[in-house]
Design a protein around this ligand. Structure first.
Ligand code: NAP
Ligand code: F7E
Length: 329
């Protein structure tokens, strides 16, 4: 029987890779998008353009329980991947209220609607390494204490707790992935990796000269989104639901990311990068590095990309895009 999956946040980086992955496995894939996305399809669906005809899209909003309830009352799903969120940490400092509202209530609405109408549907929650925040130990695993350092991190801890509570209180199949940073050529331009690789390409093409960044010493465990969406599905096809850290186990500074990205384009990063206080955060998460041994052991998951391959793929894609734009102009 064909399995049917619903993805919230299908227009985002992870949603697009997950949709591709599930289609490749023979799933029938549905997605929830907000109406603004439907009104601006060329921009909002750009990550999905190549598979859009094979998807079923439903308009709904995470802010409206009624809109989610209506979808679950009309369509049955085997698996539900709840990826939609205000996902930019810096923005959560600027507007904590809407981040908490979307990320906490949105997750609660999803769980409550499922419990009411489809308690047998398996549920995935997109947890984050930001939940570890001011880290209690290095590396971080499923037992590490949470100490979030941003409204975003706080919203993800609440979503994680809600998900676990629906599992424990109502016996539903609810799993959380605690995913460390994962990037790709489809990453949003506001995140540091894509900000770097897209600006490298513009500098190479003579369209820019300078890249302004915040904390160059921040360390992240960066993986590739295509690898991480495989782990999401593996969590939902187990006999029992549980929570898993997904990470590479490696760590690099923002400075190291710059070095590699500029070098890939034949540029010297020190000639172009300027530190700008405006991009510092009120509270920083300095050292994130994940221990994903449980996922490797129980899910049989492991990443296929290493750090260098990730950076190179992102730079190459942005170089191609910028050179293509220049030719057209
Ligand atoms: P992303 O590219 O920012 O995508 C976010 C998605 O959420 C988009 O489809 C967006 O829709 C949707 N969305 C945002 N606010 C919404 C709202 N109010 N109502 C309905 N949809 C809304 O994020 P991502 O990198 O793919 O991440 C996917 C999930 O994993 C997020 O929950 C994120 O917090 C979490 N996560 C990400 C990482 C990472 O490193 N990428 C790590 C850990 C956890 P529009 O297109 O309409 O804006
Ligand atoms: O920042 C530093 C910044 O915005 C990474 C989201 O997917 O991963 C992501 O959150 C680091 C931080 O991602 C700039 O201070 C320096 O230390 O790329 P980012 P993030 O905050 O780690 C987690 C796991 C998620 O769950 C989130 O959804 O880079 N940094 N200079 C900068 N960051 C940005 N954005 N811009 C700068 O100019």
């Amino acid at each position: 029987m064909t399995r049917r999956a619903l993805i919230t946040g299908i227009t985002g980086q992870d949603g697009s890779y997950l949709a591709e992955h599930l289609l490749g496995l023979g799933y029938e894939v549905h997605g929830i998008v907000r109406r603004v996305a439907l009104e601006d399809p060329a921009r909002r669906f750009n990550r999905l353009a190549h598979v859009l005809e094979r998807l079923t899209i439903h308009p709904a909003s995470l802010e409206s329980y009624a809109s989610l309830f209506s979808i679950f009352s009309r369509h049955e799903f085997d698996e539900c991947y709840h990826l939609a969120a205000q996902s930019f940490v810096a923005e959560s400092f600027a507007d904590g209220f809407s981040t908490l509202n979307t990320n906490i209530n949105g997750t609660h609405y999803m769980l409550a609607a499922l419990r009411e109408l489809q308690p047998g549907c398996r549920f995935y929650f997109a947890g984050s390494s930001e939940m570890f925040g001011k880290v209690a130990e290095v590396p971080q695993n499923e037992e590490t204490r949470f100490h979030p350092r941003s409204p975003y991190g706080i919203s993800k801890v609440a979503g994680f707790d809600l998900t676990r509570n629906y599992r424990e209180a109502y016996g539903m199949f609810c799993a959380s992935g605690i995913l460390f940073n994962h990037e790709s050529p489809r990453r949003g331009f506001e995140f540091v990796t894509r900000k770097i690789t897209s600006t490298v390409a513009r500098i190479k093409a003579g369209l820019a000269d300078e890249l302004r960044l915040g904390n160059l010493d921040a360390r992240r465990d960066w993986g590739h989104a295509a690898d991480y969406v495989r782990a999401m599905r593996l969590m939902l096809v187990r006999d029992e639901s549980d929570d898993y850290v997904v990470a590479t186990g490696g760590t690099h500074t923002v400075r190291e990311f710059c070095e590699r990205a500029f070098a890939r384009a034949g540029l010297d990063w020190e000639r172009h990068v300027r530190v700008d206080e405006r991009f510092y955060r009120p509270a920083e998460v300095d050292l994130l590095v994940g221990d994903s041994s449980k996922a490797r052991r129980e899910l049989g998951w492991e990443p296929r990309y290493n750090f260098e391959q990730l950076v190179d793929e992102m730079v190459d894609a942005d170089l191609r895009a910028v050179m293509g734009d220049k030719k057209e102009a």
